[in-house]
Design a protein. Structure first.
Length: 481
């Protein structure tokens, strides 16, 4: 058994990163025979992708997937620790799972992800939530088969969470959720330590994957007919800084673009590390999508400094202008936190001012949530929750106004859309995204799934567009799928 420790998790060293190849252990092959699993995922794309690895490992152990967790024999919650409400949702579901286990004592319950890296959460689970069978962290996802096996043999809770990252594991099995677009990790962890954020503690120090491993993965995805890859990291612009090979995010983006996969995206870009070389590469390659998520967090220099973001309102706007000038038709989205400790009305107005200037295509907006162990959680805060809620509402009104305005520019235009799902609202419609990441619903038959098609936009909403297919060139073979 190993429990997490936030103090240890904060430590950073410059030891070389050791690479390890994942090996499937045949002795666990039959553990899941006849059993069904559900993995419920909270949080960011990183977690979505980790869940794809978890699902593959479970399927190698002969478990089969079940959408409805109430019918599953094994339920794994892949959790997020970023804000209190993510935390509360997980504890809410654990309450329901407790009842489910009372009715079905054979139910196996697992918890992993960022909450499993939190000392206080694991303490609570080990004292009050004994019915949770396995708890494992973000650094040892690859050990799931042996952890599950141990817990089943001893019929007791098995906790295995390392505070410090181990080897960088390559070649994990993966059961991708989509046949058309894929997540590709380019780096793990984060060294930025923004004062409000728990990620550097839950994901460890920054570790970049070797370029050849990433490029081989993308080549394979292209061979398998994937249309889109999203390069993933907490700070993709800092890619390579921890490797001694003089190879940057700009180099990686260019090499990925040359592979020729149709669509390349990347998240998240910290404004701090966004250099001109990168902008030039994005502008040069048509298969790098004109879409950039550029978190602002706050428009006030005073608050940015307290947050440890290392840029100012002016330098952020300079970068924003450069992107708009150099990358044709670029859409830019952002993240904003309101109610950071002692944020004044003036500070908040600076944020509104940036939003008015940038007119973002969309923005994720949050109320500051104190996270145990982070410096901001210890700051004295004189802003009431009521005031924070009012600011969030005021901000959302402005943000939504600009989203709609930006979307209106698309009316009657013809845009490329990768059709990737049947629409949730109407089975005759397919849904997909433009190169600029606008969600579009289109009336089209299912054989168009996985195709990048031209769509004429016929109606515009705040969060999505409606459109109709125009001049699609499908061969007869493709129509007969
Ligand atoms: N690595 C990314 C952010 C990942 S977390 C970056 O640096 O841009 C996603 C978003 O959650 C952040 O951009 C921030 O807006 C929000 N967030 C993080 N910690 C938070 C906290 N303690 N309270 C409220 N929002 C938070
Ligand atoms: Fe968190 Fe900052 Fe790292 Fe983003 S850059 S994950 S906000 S510490
Ligand atoms: Fe949440 Fe962890 Fe991602 S805290 S946002 S799941 S890195």
């Amino acid at each position: 058994m190993q429990k997490p420790n936030m103090f240890e998790a904060k430590k950073r060293d410059r030891k070389a990163i050791i690479k390890e190849e994942y090996k499937t252990d045949p002795k666990y092959k039959n553990i899941g025979n006849g059993l069904k699993y559900t993995v419920k995922t909270y949080g960011c794309q990183m977690n979505e992708h980790d869940s794809e690895n978890i699902k593959a490992m479970l399927e190698e152990m002969s478990f089969t997937e079940e959408e409805d967790y109430e019918k599953a024999d094994l339920v794994i919650l892949n959790t997020c620790a970023i804000r209190e409400n993510a935390h509360n949702k997980v504890f809410g579901l654990l309450g329901r799972l407790k009842h489910q286990k009372e009715e079905n004592p054979n139910l196996i319950i697992g918890l992993c992800g960022c909450m499993a890296q939190e000392e206080s959460v694991v303490e609570e689970l080990s004292s009050k939530y004994k019915f949770v069978d396995i708890i494992f962290g973000t650094h040892n996802i690859h050990e799931l088969p042996s952890i599950l096996n141990k817990s089943l043999l001893k019929h007791a809770q098995e906790i295995e969470v390392y505070s410090i990252e181990g080897n960088l594991v390559e070649n994990m099995p993966v059961r991708r959720d989509s046949k058309y677009k894929a997540w590709v990790n380019i780096m793990y962890g984060c060294d930025k330590f923004c004062t409000y954020c728990i990620v550097p503690y839950t994901r460890g120090r920054q570790r970049s994957r070797m370029p050849e491993d990433i490029l081989n993965e993308v080549k394979k995805l292209k061979e398998d007919n994937y249309q889109e890859v999203t390069l993933l990291g907490q700070n993709v612009n800092a890619y390579g800084k921890d490797l001694d090979i003089n190879y940057s995010m700009a180099n990686l983006l260019e090499d990925v673009a040359k592979i020729g996969i149709n669509r390349i995206r990347f998240v998240t870009s910290h404004p701090w590390d966004f250099n001109d070389e990168m902008i030039d590469v994005i502008a040069k390659y048509p298969n790098i999508m004109p879409y950039i998520h550029l978190p602002l967090q706050s428009g006030s220099d005073r608050i940015l400094k307290l947050m440890g973001r290392k840029y100012t309102k002016a330098s952020y706007l300079e970068l924003f202008d450069k992107l708009k000038a150099k990358v044709k038709n670029v859409s830019i989205t952002t993240d904003i936190i309101v109610g950071f400790p002692n944020e004044t009305e003036e500070d908040f107005k600076e944020t509104l001012d940036v939003v008015d200037y940038c007119k973002y295509d969309s923005a994720f907006t949050f109320i500051f949530s104190p996270r145990v162990g982070t410096p901001a959680a210890k700051m004295v805060d004189n802003v009431t929750l009521e005031e924070k809620e009012t600011r969030l509402q005021r901000l959302n009104e402005v943000v939504n106004k600009y989203s709609k305005e930006n979307n209106l520019k698309y009316l009657d235009k013809i845009v490329p859309v990768l059709l990737e799902n049947v629409s949730e609202k109407n089975a005759e419609y397919l849904a997909g995204y433009t190169d600029t990441m606008k969600l579009v619903n289109v009336k089209a038959p299912k054989e168009y799934l996985g195709k990048i098609v031209n769509v004429k936009i016929t109606d515009v909403k705040t969060w999505s567009l409606d459109g109709e297919l125009v001049e699609v060139n499908l061969t007869n073979d493709e129509k007969n799928i």
